[in-house]
Design a protein around this ligand. Sequence first.
Ligand code: SF4
Ligand code: SF4
Ligand code: FES
Length: 574
Amino acid sequence: MELTIKINNTPVQAEPGELLLDVLERQGIRIPTLCHMKGFFPSGACRMCVVENEQTGKLITACSHTVEQGMNIKSHSARVIEARKTIVELLLSNHPDDCLYCVRNGLCDLQDLAREHCITERRISGAKNRHHLDLSSASIVRDPAKCILCGRCVKVCSEVMEVSAIDFINRGSNTVIGPTFNKGLNTSSCINCGQCIMVCPTGALSEKNHFAEIRDALNDPTKTVVVQYAPAISVTLAEEFGMAPGTDINGLLNAALRKIGFDRIFDTTFAADLTIMEESAELIHRIKNHGHLPMITSCCPSWIKYAEEFACDFLPNISSCKSPQQMLGAVLKSYYAEISNTEPENLYVVAIMPCAAKKFEGQREEMTQRGISDIDAVLTTRELANFIRLFGIGMDKLEAETADSPHGVRSSAGKLFGASGGVMEAALRTAYFSVTNTELPQCKIEQVRGCTRRKEATITMGDLTIGVAVVNGLSNAKTLLDEIRNGRDDLHFIEVMACPGGCINGGGQPLHKNPEALKKRMEALYQIDETETIRVSHQNPEVLALYQNFLGTPLGNKSHELLHTSYCQRNVLL
Ligand code: SF4
Ligand code: SF4
Ligand code: FES
């Protein structure tokens, strides 16, 4: 039965149990929030969303109060506006004044709220807490001085990622957010996913910047600087330049990278196809030879670090394939260096990734050849957008260009890697071909598509029937792993992506507030798959040529040396 409440003296219907914030939003009334995140249990920590309940005369938080019969809510009374303004002023009183130099300048919720509340001078001042910048992580920079203690990062880290690398430490005015013993993030269980960056309303969390190194390399005449970009980038970068979510600007991306001055431009999707060749062969080999099953994908570096710390019992199940970023890095520093007459140490490889954890992955010891790292620097999508702005490149004035060959041709199956379920779909297309010598009658495998947190399917390939599962968000991965620990045995292959929705929602992607953005990005990848001619990795002519000219066969000696690796238990402060 519906309730009737009044909002600013207008009667409004609401469902019992509905949050005031949702009812107000439905009426088109925007209430400012800081700690609130849709879908999470409200903490009521910041009090930014206060409204006035005329029935009781109290100020209450709209994000944590449900509707009650007879309420008369004033959403923007003078008292409410003054209370919100004071909250912002109190936050600013303990906040650095270096907005001009802040990584979130122009993209900061606190800055927006100060502007909205016409705060133009410091009215409340007091002693500011002293904090240290934490630069210890390979991927994430923490600036606790800019933290407003909203707790959003803590919730994402524990509830979505199941990691709990950070939490509230100390009490009262000494409260900070940090890892165990407030040590560097590098000593913690942090898996570098960057999802905390995505929800932080201020500049307290950001990715480790590789800007300066890349600029130096571009200016160094002894270096050949090549770049690769991940499958998801072409459908997310556009948002940084005011285009609609899901706009595919692959051709403009190539043109922009050339204008920046990269010597060669390669598509990581080529290496996604290479990964599929190796991974599908590995899956079939494991099934036929009673290897460790279910086999679990290895493309997501956050998932790998999570497994090293929290799920060591599943390390033998993880595919030995390196991720596409690392496979392409290894091929570039060996095969490409050879055919282009470049010394590997003079070949500087930049990867543009949707992901903060790729910065960590790129500097892992396992990802080197004779002491030379396969990847030299990683830029997130957001950092690339800054690079494009720095070089004054007008995206609207560019003509579409193609990537360079070899290593620039791709299938649309590889492109699907950008969304949850994509690695699975691409691998199943090729595994089907390997087992039956015929193409899958319908390329599209609907059961593994979409934003749902867990997807499952049973696939028949000739006389082989396999169970597959796709999970995104590590809390969902943990639930599935627990089922397997408890005896579930019908699965042969699992895809795990740490970030909800997969790489299209990675921790390095454009910060957005559009709830539809994720769906649009995913649809864009599916659209590419509908329209392109090469839809399976095993038909990528450049991948086939690489095997013929250099690698030999999938799982062969050369592939093992360059494209495969293994992981072991990692001890961290929990
Ligand atoms: S990067 Fe991921 S794991 Fe690390 S603190 Fe942030 S949310 Fe937690
Ligand atoms: S680091 Fe950011 S998300 Fe975390 S509590 Fe501080 S302000 Fe909030
Ligand atoms: S947004 Fe409601 S208390 Fe923080």
